[in-house]
Design a protein around this ligand. Structure first.
Ligand SMILES: O=C(O)c1ccccc1NCC(=O)[C@H](O)[C@H](O)COP(=O)(O)O
Length: 216
């Protein structure tokens, strides 16, 4: 199966277009103001409108309040939400939109129990949350902790780069991968050459995952 790629922390139309052209499936727009990759809703709406068909716009929040999430949804109309903090399922479900729930792998021991607490999540984004960092830290976590054959989609995140994403895909066989700082020249500014190499490495690794019958 193809490994989906999300490029997170997009703040510029040109980076969203480059990611789409190179084959990214989704772009992440960060609306939590603590992030150096924060994008204001008006700029985010312009990015969202520029996306070609079939590229998903993901709106990321982290322990933000209901009014702010609702305001962003109204302005940007993203396809998918991502809750990156300690939001319980009851909060994530208020907006009646499909959502990804981030899992802080530094503190979560039992992924099954965590997932069970979010029965309606479309999938789970496994991030390092290393040393108190909320995201975009560039830190990896122990990939042997990613279960094979988990019954729900898992997106591997945290410290992925063009140099390590091939090993990461082979080690974890995820539904998708998420990258932010590993393809940047500065926070919120993507580097097209790094992005191209990242996507090439994902495609190379995923092609090696299939057996002669085309099964993963
Ligand atoms: O990227 C940020 O600045 C950020 C800030 C606060 C909460 C979440 C944030 N990013 C979340 C993401 O989805 C990142 O893509 C993910 O943490 C991976 O980042 P990186 O290790 O830099 O690839």
């Amino acid at each position: 199966m193809r490994v989906r790629v999300k490029c997170c922390g997009i703040t510029r139309v040109e980076d969203a277009l480059a990611a789409s052209r190179l084959g990214a499936d989704a772009v992440g727009l960060i609306f939590t103001r603590r992030s150096p990759r924060y994008v204001d809703p008006r700029q985010a709406a312009a990015i969202r409108m520029a996306l070609p068909p079939f590229v998903t716009a993901v709106a990321l929040f982290m322990d933000d309040d209901v009014a702010w999430v609702a305001q962003v949804l109204n302005a940007v109309k993203p396809d998918l939400l991502q809750f990156h903090g300690a939001e319980p399922a009851a909060f994530c479900e208020i907006f009646a939109r499909p959502y990804l729930k981030a899992v802080p792998m530094a503190t979560v021991g039992d992924l099954g129990a965590y997932a069970a607490a979010h029965p309606r999540a479309a999938g789970f984004l496994l991030d390092a949350h290393a040393a108190g960092e909320a995201g975009g830290s560039g830190c990896t976590f122990d990939w042997t902790r990613v279960p094979r054959d988990f019954p729900r989609p898992l997106v591997l995140a945290g410290g992925l780069t063009p140099d390590n994403v091939g090993d990461a895909v082979r080690a974890t066989r995820p539904w998708g991968v998420d990258v932010s700082s590993g393809v940047e020249s500065a926070p919120g500014v993507k580097d097209e050459a790094k992005l191209r190499r990242f996507l090439d490495e994902v495609r190379r690794a995923e092609s090696g995952l299939f057996d002669a019958d085309g099964r993963g």
